[in-house]
Design a protein around this ligand. Structure first.
Ligand SMILES: *Cc1c(COP(=O)(O)O)cnc(C)c1O
Length: 370
């Protein structure tokens, strides 16, 4: 096969040929042409969350986690106290990196098959006034749960606490409007729902907050305030930018806008998600989450209830048919995950369902054990 396989993963994901072709050029990082690309990307990113009046956006080299870590280190004062609303693996990563950044960190745990609760957050904020910032993962990619961003933001605002949102797997697909939802920082990356390639993150920081962030980060490379100041002054990135990633993101954003922006992308992903769940359910595979908690980003399925099931063999059989699945990330139950995001539509999802059906037949998994 000389075609790439379809990535049914939460990033990196399948990109268009047009996005890939954008990477066939060399760019000087200090050159006016590249400075213009960076400025245009930043302007269009801000527009996606309607944050032109309230927020700045600071891009950062690295995978998405680099930007989450940088946001915590830049926005939370050294004597701050962070509360992480935890319903999954990416929440646990956020609390680990918060601790490693030397910030006091508490965790409010929730079951991994349910959204976090704004009411439980409010009760905790009332009893623990030292909490200065709350961390929310918008879509918990571990199981695929959609968390209640608007309700959590409202509680944080009413109680005068800062809010940091990891919107990595939701940004550009699920609606986020900075004019209605108050957050201090919101983090996303190039290689998720914008359908760029991986290699950079970006953090929206509230204008009222960014000035106070000077000198907070204990990291040189990941100091978003420094990156912001330098970029405002020179138009350049502080250190070598991922030039090919930036130009690919610019091309990916152009296609996002042509498609019809966030609402069109959400519609396509919802259709992908429905095609997937309907198709695999007909094969006897059960989604792990109740439908009302499921974000249209990534779906966790229970593994086939059959003694012959082995993820690696299943993965290889589906891969041989042109589709890449994703392992489960739950500790208690045997699962696998299937992404609904990327430059794919209903046809690819139908083909993916057919590939899974065929793989199950080959591996003798079609008859479910009693
Ligand atoms: C993808 C993702 C990240 C970032 O992961 P990286 O591997 O560092 O790119 C962070 N949070 C969530 C919720 C994600 O889906």
């Amino acid at each position: 096969m000389d075609r790439d396989r379809i990535l049914l993963t939460p990033g990196p994901l399948t990109t268009t040929l047009r996005t890939k072709l954008a990477m066939l050029h060399d760019w000087g990082s200090w050159d006016a042409d590249f400075i213009a690309v960076t400025a245009s990307v930043r302007r269009r990113l801000l527009a996606i969350v309607h944050g032109q009046d309230s927020h700045v956006v600071v891009p950062l080299q690295g995978s998405g986690t680099f930007s989450v870590e940088a946001a915590v280190a830049t926005v939370v004062p050294k004597d701050g106290h962070v509360l992480v609303l935890d319903n999954g693996a990416y929440c646990k990563r956020a609390s680990k990196l918060t601790q490693m950044m030397g910030r006091r960190c508490s965790v409010l745990p929730f079951p991994e098959d349910e959204p976090v609760s704004a009411a439980a957050l409010e009760a905790r904020l009332i009893t623990e006034p030292s909490i200065s910032h709350v961390v929310l993962i918008h879509c918990e990619t571990g199981a695929g749960v959609l968390n209640p961003l608007a309700a959590v933001a409202e509680v944080c605002q009413r109680h005068g606490r800062g809010l940091l949102v990891d919107a990595m797997s939701s940004f550009a697909a699920l609606p986020i409007d900075a004019r209605e939802i108050r957050f201090d920082a919101l983090v996303a990356a190039s290689g998720k729902c914008l359908e760029g390639v991986p290699g950079m993150g970006f953090v929206f920081i509230r204008k009222a907050v960014i000035e106070a962030c000077a000198g907070r980060s204990q990291s040189l490379a990941m100091d978003l305030h420094d990156q912001f100041e330098y970029m405002e002054k020179t138009g350049q990135w502080r250190f070598t930018p991922p030039t090919h990633v930036v130009v690919a993101l610019s091309e990916a954003i152009a296609q996002f806008e042509e498609e019809g922006g966030q609402t069109a992308r959400l519609t396509r992903y919802q259709d992908n998600c429905k095609t997937l769940i309907d198709g695999l359910s007909a094969l006897g595979l059960k989604p792990f989450l109740a439908a009302e908690h499921q974000a249209p980003i990534i779906v966790t399925f229970h593994a086939p209830d059959h003694p012959a099931y082995d993820f690696k063999r299943f993965y290889d059989a589906v891969k041989a048919r042109g589709f890449m699945l994703y392992p489960g990330k739950l500790t208690q139950v045997e699962t696998f995950r299937v992404g609904c995001i990327g430059a794919i539509g209903r046809i690819e999802m139908q083909q993916a369902v057919a590939a899974v059906a065929d793989a199950m037949r080959e591996l003798g998994l079609t008859r479910q054990a009693a």
